[in-house]
Design a protein around this ligand. Structure first.
Ligand code: HEC
Ligand code: HEC
Ligand code: HEC
Length: 438
């Protein structure tokens, strides 16, 4: 008869992407199932799979190329294979990698591995993670290609200086499952989900600026926006339930959708958190220090209204193969209107969302609008599959050139959004070259 705690953690893990892996684990009769389930949930909350799995690869076998300002860093195999993975890591080695960024051979890990955040984890949670990685993950005999950086970034020793300067999360104590709401929310946001890894701006040495927590930061072509409770620059107009819904499903009608890296974080991590944990996270986010934003002086999701945008054109859709003159309105009709409506209102059920009252369109910077057009949206949760085709070089429906994308971005922003910028074809070309597969 399992004790109450076992039932609790198994409930948490039920239905997660990682859940299927515990079948392998269940055979290891000598390991405590309670600890295993806790470890699996923590691995989901800390989203280890996001970086340690390449496109189409086996979970945790590594090989994902992560673009950073230092160069491309390739994630390693963290399955328990003794020769190719971390099978030889003792619990102490594992703890040092997670909290201090030290590899088993004593070398420094590149800080893409978010040890600055994981430093906040409790001993009990590190233990549960270790047990799960050793017994719940299938060993994979594959060594990903090594990271090749150029001088001086290739000297791992120089990271010791970095580590001394970069502040890391303070280690938490006790049983993290028993924390009160705000302490649990902070623990989830900082030590596990590492929201700040993407949303907090960095200084010239690529360290998170702790005095601007969650104030917004560029991210490989995308922009992880200001999510502090500022009413003008952040998400101060979102309720706790809005944040919970966004993290669970990746969408809040009339506000925002999650594409790119946030779509992945929702799909692999936040959509699997319990209700109580989502509410704790949201409650914590809503009380961090509000920060103003250089680009946004009005809520990003506050532009436009359903009924004040007249449908000014004839209503006749331009055929994709008949773009004799590529006016922005024609481009929009031909490529976007079928789903988002000629007046931008989206489909009735909002499966294709309205383009007004939409944070990607209302933002004072074009990053997420450009990337959405180039890369599309592809996010699966228990809520369904959100899918918008890519119009960039990998698109299989319609490929748009840099001029066309720039023209569409400016049109969409001016018609439905903030309209404060003017994007050039050269800017789109840069984004396409640096941040999309081609
Ligand atoms: C944001 C991306 C990212 C996330 C999330 C992440 N890692 Fe890593 N991790 C990396 C990269 C990249 C490396 C290799 C760094 C290097 O070569 O210096 C690495 C290295 C490691 C290593 C050292 C392995 C070795 O010998 O090379 C361990 C152990 C590890 N990660 C465990 C984890 C665990 C457990 C989690 C979840 C709690 C996790 N990582 C989450 C990016 C990430
Ligand atoms: C891997 C990077 C990454 C991580 C980790 C991440 N985010 Fe995001 N987040 C983004 C990006 C990029 C966007 C913009 C997505 C878009 O517009 O499609 C975003 C958008 C959002 C938005 C919508 C804001 C708006 O105005 O539309 C919220 C809310 C949010 N994130 C909250 C969080 C929270 C809370 C966490 C931690 C649990 C988190 N994010 C972790 C990258 C990340
Ligand atoms: C086949 C239908 C379809 C077409 C065509 C389409 N979209 Fe979308 N669009 C969607 C869906 C579905 C979503 C995602 C909804 C979700 O995330 O839940 C979306 C999301 C978006 C978003 C929000 C993305 C974010 O990160 O917040 C923007 C902006 C957008 N589309 C603009 C466009 C533009 C501009 C075009 C024309 C170039 C276009 N769409 C063409 C269906 C479509």
């Amino acid at each position: 008869m399992p004790d109450f705690k076992t039932v609790f953690w198994s409930f948490l893990v039920g239905g997660t992407v990682l859940g299927g892996l515990s079948a392998h684990a269940a055979r290891a009769a000598d390991v405590d199932q309670d600890v295993m389930n806790r470890g699996a949930y923590l691995a989901t909350a800390a989203d280890c799979v996001a970086c340690h799995t390449k496109q189409g690869g086996t979970p945790f076998a590594g090989g994902l190329k992560i673009a950073t300002p230092m160069g491309d860093i390739i994630s390693t195999n963290i399955t328990p294979d003794a020769d190719h993975g971390i099978g030889k890591y003792s619990e102490h080695d594992f703890e040092q990698a997670l909290r201090r960024g030290k590899r088993r051979d004593g070398e420094n890990l590149y800080p893409v591995m978010p040890y600055v955040s994981y430093a906040g984890m409790t001993d009990q949670d590190i233990h549960a993670l270790y047990v799960w990685f050793m017994h719940g993950v299938k060993p994979v005999a594959e060594t990903p290609p090594a990271t090749q950086l150029s001088f001086p970034s290739n000297i791992r020793l120089t990271l010791s200086g970095w580590n001394m300067l970069a502040g890391s999360e303070k280690q938490e104590t006790g049983d993290s499952a028993t924390y009160d709401t705000l302490r649990r929310g902070k623990y989830l946001a900082t030590a596990l989900e590492h929201c700040g890894t993407c949303h907090t701006p960095r200084n010239v040495m690529l360290m998170e600026k702790s005095d601007q927590y969650l104030a917004g930061s560029p991210l490989a072509g995308w922009y992880a926006p200001n999510i502090t409770p500022s009413r003008t620059g952040g998400i101060g107009d979102w309720s706790e339930d809005d944040i919970v819904q966004y993290l669970r499903t990746g969408r809040v009608k009339g506000k925002s959708q999650a594409a790119g890296p946030m779509g992945e974080a929702v799909e692999h991590s936040t959509s699997h958190l319990t209700d109580a944990d989502l509410h704790a996270l949201a409650a914590f986010i809503r009380q961090v220090k509000p920060m103003e934003d250089d680009a946004d002086h009005q809520p990003r999701d506050g532009f436009g209204k359903a009924n004040d945008i007249p449908d000014i054109r004839s209503g006749e859709l331009t055929r994709i193969d008949n773009l004799s003159h590529k006016s922005p309105a024609n481009l929009f009709d031909a490529n976007c209107a079928a789903c988002h409506g000629q007046n931008g209102a989206g489909t009735v059920d909002q499966y294709a969302p309205s383009l007004y009252k939409n944070s990607a369109v209302g933002a004072g910077r074009p990053d997420n609008l450009i990337m959405t057009i180039l890369m599309g949206v592809n996010r699966t949760t228990a809520d369904g599959h959100a899918s918008m085709p890519a119009f960039g070089s990998t698109g299989d429906v319609q490929r748009l050139d840099d001029e066309e994308v720039a023209s569409l971005v400016n049109y969409v922003s001016k018609t439905f959004g903030n309209g404060s910028y003017n994007v050039t074809a050269d800017q789109v070309a840069q984004v396409r070259k640096n941040n999309t597969p081609h």
